[in-house]
Ligand binder design. Structure first.
Ligand code: UDP
Length: 380
């Protein structure tokens, strides 16, 4: 019997592999990198001893009780509230926009009701259903806050005019009229005590799973697999035959400091004349640990070139046209399923990726048992 082949050892691939192995299948997992964990990978820095989020900050937050219980099976999780600050060039402000931000920024002492009324007066009431990121911002926070916190940061992060980006991007962030400065609304927010790599390693620890690292995907591997579950980039799977999907890639400059460098885990730099988007001080992602020295990374974003790792799907209008062609090709597959942020070309958070991997495993196993067509994508 040929094994099932899972391409990618991030959360998506690891969870899927685990579920298939638990159902009795032999599963081979490959990853082109020399480590597991995908972009959630964490590792201990040699110079400082600090646990580093190698590919940028990953804060686990979910409202999905099944996903919460699932990840808790594979390690100890520490409660964590992400409190992000924004350096706008004229001060350091609380994010996401909340009552403190509004009072600081406008030099006011508003109550919640006064702040709500003030922001409504700032907001552009002529906008009906916001058609893009900028309209979403102007409708909900008004021009002053938009220009200070969102316009330039978004331009740096995505490399295009915010008017080209979807309104849904800004809807990721709450707008609050109280002093709650928690970056997320999700009821469960936590970080793994020993880092994400340890959690993913435990998910993959099953007698039915074999992991092979430093092994890039190539089409010839299809011959030796009973089915391929692909969590790499959809356009890469098809050799870019229909054109390239747009992604942003991110990169970091690292610095070692003594003591506490910036006083918190994440500071966003929201003006254009600062070339990086945010500065991460990794020891603040593990406040239960003590380190004399500190590892700091400055994060930059740029367009993905041929050999870069794709991170953020852009999903501009032109990308949607290319995506439709890949979806049509994928729709004809019977021996391949696509999953994860790259495999489905969607801006998914970790909890969603895990929920979809669980759902794909269930639907694939059920379809196979019933000799029905196998699912190509997880049910949305
Ligand atoms: N954003 C912004 N200013 C900020 C933080 C976020 O303009 O200080 C915008 C930006 O376009 C970003 C989007 O909001 O891509 C979503 O932010 P989120 O924090 O969810 O991004 P992530 O942490 O996934 O990179």
């Amino acid at each position: 019997m040929k094994p099932l082949l899972v391409v990618g050892a991030g959360f998506s691939g690891a969870v899927l592999a685990r579920e298939l192995a638990t159902a009795g299948h032999a599963v081979q997992v490959i990853d082109s990198r020399d480590h597991i964990g995908g972009n959630c990978h964490t590792q201990r820095d040699g110079a400082t001893g600090v646990l580093v989020h190698t590919y940028g900050p990953h804060i686990f937050h979910t409202a999905n009780a099944e996903v919460q219980a699932y990840v808790q099976r594979f390690g100890e999780w520490m409660p964590f509230v992400n409190r992000v600050k924004a350096d706008t060039g004229s001060g350091v402000f609380s994010l996401p926009v909340n009552l403190h931000t509004i009072n600081q920024f406008f030099g006011k002492t508003f109550t919640p009701a006064e702040a709500r009324a003030f922001i409504s007066a700032q907001a552009d009431a002529s906008i009906g259903e916001p058609a893009n990121f900028e309209e979403q911002a102007l409708k909900f926070v008004g021009r002053d806050l938009y220009e200070a916190f969102f316009r330039d940061y978004t331009f740096k992060q995505w490399g295009c005019d915010p008017r080209e980006l979807p309104a849904s991007l800004l809807r990721r962030l709450p707008l609050r009229f109280d002093y709650n400065d928690n970056y997320y609304d999700s009821p469960w927010q936590a970080l793994p005590r020993e880092g994400y790599t340890a959690v993913v390693a435990r998910i993959l620890e099953h007698p039915g799973i074999r992991v092979q690292l430093s092994t890039p995907w190539e089409p010839a591997l299809r011959r030796d697999a009973a089915h391929v579950f692909f969590s790499g980039a959809l356009d890469q799977f098809y050799g870019f035959s229909e054109g390239r999907l747009g992604y942003r890639t991110v990169w970091w400059e690292r610095e070692v400091h003594e003591g506490d460098h910036q006083g918190g885990a994440v500071i966003n730099h929201t003006r254009l004349n600062v070339p990086w988007t945010r500065v991460l001080e990794h020891k603040h992602f593990a406040p239960w640990e003590t380190h004399a020295r500190s590892l700091v990374t400055r994060e930059y974003s740029r367009e993905t070139a041929v050999h870069d790792t794709p991170y953020y799907p852009k999903r501009l209008a032109a990308d949607h046209l290319v995506l439709q062609r890949y979806l049509a090709l994928a729709g004809q597959e019977s021996g391949v399923s696509f999953m994860g942020r790259l495999g489905t070309y969607r801006y998914l958070d970790m909890d969603r990726v895990i929920a979809e991997a669980l759902a794909l495993a269930r639907s694939w196993l059920a379809a196979r048992a019933d000799r029905k067509p196998l699912p190509v994508f997880p049910a949305p």
